[in-house]
Design a protein around this ligand. Structure first.
Ligand SMILES: N[C@@H](CCC(=O)N[C@@H](CS)C(=O)NCC(=O)O)C(=O)O
Length: 201
């Protein structure tokens, strides 16, 4: 059975768990990281030299980086709907996956650092800057969703998963948010998928 190291509350682990549900892959979650600790253990570092989660073991094949794992699992299952074979369609999925990791994730991390992780109220100017940055980036998603039902086109793909997880995180933080109608409508739809149930657990 596929082994996944991590814990559900970690967004990058949640991406892989949601992907497994979409693909119907049985898996075993091995708790590590967060309150479980263990990321600096030599045995875990041999699997993942970054000391981060998630990491998977698929019958001896070790892989880390959440988006690489998602792509691998979708390809392994031949899931053309989630990760299409057509070069242009898959390029759009990759565009959003890369963009989420390179830009959106950092904007959400900044808000988390300034609010729920900070022991004291953040400087107003810093918080306003981080809120504005998040509004710009989620606004880009909103504009895309005005033009298509899902992130990368008319069908649900891997691209919807990390962005859905980021929206969930953003909307639960004590911050000001621009009202984004298309994004809200899309999120109401994707959050009802069985794989998204772990977002609220
Ligand atoms: N780029 C990596 C980032 C991995 C990462 O930073 N994971 C976080 C959890 S989302 C982590 O390991 N945090 C330490 C912890 O939860 O203890 C990926 O996408 O897998």
């Amino acid at each position: 059975m596929l082994k996944i190291w991590g814990h559900r509350a970690a967004p990058n682990v949640a991406k892989v768990l949601w992907t497994c549900t979409e693909l119907g892959i049985d898996h075993e979650l091995l708790p590590i990281g967060g309150s479980h600790g263990g990321l600096d253990d030599a045995g875990y570092r041999r699997l993942n030299p970054n000391g981060r989660i998630p990491t998977i073991d698929d019958n001896g094949f070790i892989l880390w980086e959440s988006h690489a794992i998602m792509r691998y699992l979708a390809r392994r299952e031949g899931a053309d709907a989630l990760y299409p074979g057509d070069p242009r369609t898959v390029a759009l999925v990759d565009q959003w996956l890369d963009w989420q990791a390179a830009h959106l994730a950092q904007a959400v991390r900044d808000l988390v650092r300034l609010t729920i992780k900070a022991g004291t109220p953040p400087p107003a100017e810093q918080l306003a800057r981080a809120e504005a940055e998040a509004d710009v980036l989620f606004g880009i998603v909103d504009a895309a969703l005005e033009a298509s039902r899902f992130i990368a086109g008319s069908a649900f793909t891997l691209a919807d998963i990390p962005i859905g997880i980021a929206v969930r995180r953003w909307t639960t933080l004590p911050v000001k948010r621009a009202p984004l109608a298309a994004l809200g409508q899309w999120f109401d739809e994707v959050r009802r998928r069985p794989g998204a149930a772990l977002l609220s657990s």
